[in-house]
Design a protein around this ligand. Structure first.
Ligand code: XUL
Ligand code: MN
Length: 351
């Protein structure tokens, strides 16, 4: 096991990270696990919190009264309390409903936009009931399949207006935008962290609109996830991360952290460590998926191994010879710096 103390870091994952293995080309291959079991797994694997979609907390919420929704949310809070776990966030699953086929906040149909905003408000109430730190907005279908179907400038302003309504609904809630450039739509309105931060400044209270960087989403935009994190940190807006991995420009893979590119994983932790990320209440979320080939009894290995790798790489980040690094930077000998970092990562003797 890794030696580094990870005390400053709090780890979380969501119920969707223990899944049944369905993909667009084939059905489920594993049995579903109950939410109660997933919460117990989080505890057993040494996680500190759980992330939720609104309907993970209250299934079928559109068919339930507000009082019933609040009652069921309180039950989930009790389940978390019993394990000594915290809710990190709640995200409205706005990409599932019939009303959001053409997007939620940016749908061309005003009735559907209204549905999305009302759903956002319910999500805020659920998040408060389970004691979550923030609302995450993955803007899944806020985009287009063909350029002519929407006015992208209007869409940005619709997102701003929706955020303003939600900011007003609860003056304490904090909203994190999780950008992704494509999938399920062809082109997202908010494809990168720069767009997410730009949108936050358009709202009535930018101090309560931050962002979440996901490794795979940055890679899908052709960007370096550690640079995206650094950009958000420079704006004081990085409140959460979804660490995973991605092999180039293909479908969103949500592979185990470091699975494709250990150096890229190392650099994400490096940038978080430099800022003392975690000391201000931020979380390390692991948005990873098991391979479809995985059997039932190994359906959480991707979670434990991602966390284990984080701790190994944290140790690597903390044991970089800072003096040598500074000397090589001063000498502009980046070839030697490259060699040193790779020796360090591979655990082979340097010199
Ligand atoms: C989608 C994705 C989601 C969000 C939560 O790609 O990453 O799991 O993180 O809604
Ligand atoms: Mn994610």
């Amino acid at each position: 096991m890794a030696k580094a103390s990870a005390k400053q870091y709090r780890f979380s994952f969501g119920p969707w990270n223990i899944d049944e293995g369905a993909d667009p080309f084939g059905p489920t291959v594993r049995k579903p696990e109950s939410l109660a079991k997933k919460i117990k797994v989080a505890k057993a694997l040494g996680f500190d919190g759980v992330q939720f979609h609104d309907d993970d907390v209250v299934p079928d919420l559109d068919s339930k009264s507000h009082a019933q929704i609040m009652k069921e949310a309180a039950q989930v809070k009790r389940m978390l309390d019993a394990e000594g776990l915290k809710a990190e966030f709640t995200a409205p699953r706005l990409w599932f409903a019939r009303e959001t086929i053409d997007g939620g906040f940016t749908s061309n149909d005003p009735k559907c936009r209204k549905y999305a905003i009302e759903r956002g408000k319910v999500c805020i109430d659920i998040n408060n009931a389970i004691g979550g730190d923030w609302i995450v907005l993955w803007l899944a279908r806020e985009g287009s399949y063909i350029r002519e179907s929407k006015n992208a400038r209007v869409s940005v302003l619709q997102l701003r207006d929706a955020l303003n309504v939600m900011l007003e609904h609860d003056p304490k809630s904090i909203f994190l935008i999780e950008p992704k450039p494509n999938e399920p739509v062809d082109s997202a309105i908010i494809p990168t962290i720069g767009h997410a931060i730009g949108l936050s400044y358009l709202t009535n209270d930018p101090s309560r609109v931050g962002c979440l960087v996901e490794t795979a989403h940055s890679c899908l935009a052709g960007l370096d996830p550690s640079d995206d994190m650094a950009f958000a940190l420079a704006h004081n807006k990085l409140k959460s991360v979804h660490l995973n991995d991605q092999g180039g420009l293909k479908f969103d893979q949500d592979k185990s952290f470091g699975s494709y590119n250990l150096r890229r994983a190392f650099n994400q932790i490096r940038v978080l460590e430099e800022y003392e990320y975690g000391k201000h209440g931020e979380w390390i979320g692991l948005d990873v998926k098991a391979m479809r080939t995985q059997k039932q009894d190994g359906n959480t290995k991707h979670l434990s191994s991602s966390k284990e790798r984080f701790l190994f790489l944290l140790e690597k980040v903390r044991t970089v010879d800072k003096k040598l690094e500074a000397q090589l930077i001063a000498a502009r000998d980046y070839e030697e710096l490259d060699r040193y970092i790779l020796c360090h990562l591979m655990g082979v003797k340097y010199r």
